[in-house]
Design a binder for this molecule. Structure first.
Ligand code: FEO
Length: 409
């Protein structure tokens, strides 16, 4: 464990992990660090902890700086166990500490670390917390990179604690980027690509929030502390998360019994058009097949949907799908959708057809494995007429594809 003072009474407590750490289906060849922070104020506060494996070691080390019984607050920006993993050990030794986190994080932490009887303080966007001599300000950053995440800013120190955001995966004893004996940019970008880019839509929220804060130092939870030329790193995030010049096209083809699947198609179209993506929609029972296939040839993403009747697709859709199998669709995204009343077999049959093409077919499993997002579902299955939660589901899936199409990387 390493410790270093970042500002008066503000300490970095870092655990270097120089193993080849398995992480999000990557091997972190250069290892990583788990950075936690102690603000030794009148109401001593810990911000984030370390990986589950090093929890007890972390508390012993922290005890060299402060008696854990004095700790009043433990801020958990993100519940993933590489940062919250020391919480069980710390909470046991810090019985007076209130755990500070977002509303969604509360239940996660209670379940993960059996903290049902602990005191929690739920913070919302813009809330501040007086910790006796310093003030913390919180910003919720949902889906960056999980739903419950937030970032913490210390107003007096002008230090941002963004947890995973602005991190690097390098096991280092040089705490500051400007003290590294090489340029960290490649590692900084590599980290962004692996962890943050799938959630790039939400990066803009953080960049906008930073404009209202006087950030003099960024203290993330992996790798280097940024204290020189901070704007360079912020600008890199802005550039890497920006949309490409948009010449993308989506084609949506469907058949429908009572217009519920049509409504799914229309709502997909609405989201794509809100993202300035040119979108063509065809009812396969009312449109010329050659025109549909021509549109698919020109498209960057193809959505195919049907209502389910007697456990199968309806109308002319199968005819279109049979032709798709023979086409070269390399480099295009494919997705199935549909409205149904009972089991929605047609949607799965469409998915089977798409899997026989060389489209990049979207699936919930693939999204979870590559991004950790659990709110994005493929195929897009909607029971009866889409409304409320189901419209949200359609929006999440269309937005995910729009992001893939507009991604600059
Ligand atoms: Fe570094 Fe999302 O954990």
């Amino acid at each position: 464990m390493n410790k270093v003072m970042l500002a008066k009474n503000t300490y970095l407590l870092g655990k270097m992990d120089d193993r080849e750490v398995p992480f999000h289906r990557l091997i972190l060849a250069k290892g990583t660090t788990y950075n936690a922070y102690l603000l030794k104020t009148e109401k001593p506060t810990v911000i984030d902890t370390v990986d589950l494996e090093f929890g007890r070691e972390f508390v012993e080390y922290l005890s060299e700086l402060i008696d854990p019984k004095e700790i009043q607050y433990i801020v958990i920006n993100h519940t993933e166990p590489d940062h919250s993993g020391g919480l069980a050990a710390l909470a046991g030794r810090a019985p007076n500490a209130t755990i500070v986190c977002t509303e969604i994080a509360v239940n996660e932490l209670k379940e993960m670390y059996k903290l049902h009887s602990r005191s929690f303080l739920v913070v919302k966007d813009g809330d501040t917390l007086d910790i006796g001599g310093k003030t913390l300000k919180f910003k919720e950053t949902p889906y960056l990179h999980t739903e419950e995440t937030m970032i913490t800013y210390c107003i007096e120190d002008k230090i941002l604690f963004p947890c995973d955001i602005f991190s690097t995966h390098v096991a280092t004893n040089a705490f500051f980027a400007d003290e590294a004996d090489f340029d960290i940019i490649e590692d900084f970008i590599g980290y962004y690509n692996a962890i943050i880019h799938p959630h790039r839509r939400y990066v803009r929220t953080v960049i906008n929030a930073l404009q209202e804060l006087d950030v003099q130092m960024i203290a993330p939870s992996h790798g280097y502390i940024l204290r020189e030329d901070i704007q360079k790193y912020i600008d890199l995030y802005a550039t890497m998360s920006a949309d490409t010049i948009n010449d993308k096209k989506v084609t949506i083809v469907y058949t429908t019994i009572r217009n519920s699947t049509k409504k799914v198609a229309d709502n997909l179209k609405k989201i794509f058009e809100e993202n300035n993506i040119q979108t063509s929609v065809f009812n396969a029972d009312k449109s010329d097949k050659a025109t549909i296939l021509e549109s698919i040839k020109e498209a960057d993403a193809v959505f195919i949907g049907s209502s389910t009747k007697y456990a199968d697709m309806i109308g002319n859709l199968e005819d279109v799908l049979k032709d798709l199998i023979k086409m070269d669709l390399e480099g295009k995204i494919g997705a199935a959708f549909g409205s149904y009343g009972w089991s929605g077999e047609a949607i799965e049959v469409i998915q089977d057809y798409l899997n026989q093409t060389n489209l990049d077919v979207q699936s919930t499993s693939h999204v979870i494995k590559t991004t950790g997002m659990t709110h994005v579902e493929f195929p897009v299955r909607v029971r009866f007429t889409p409304k409320d939660e189901q419209l949200k589901k359609i929006e999440h899936s269309a937005t995910y594809v729009a992001d893939l199409l507009l991604s600059a990387i």
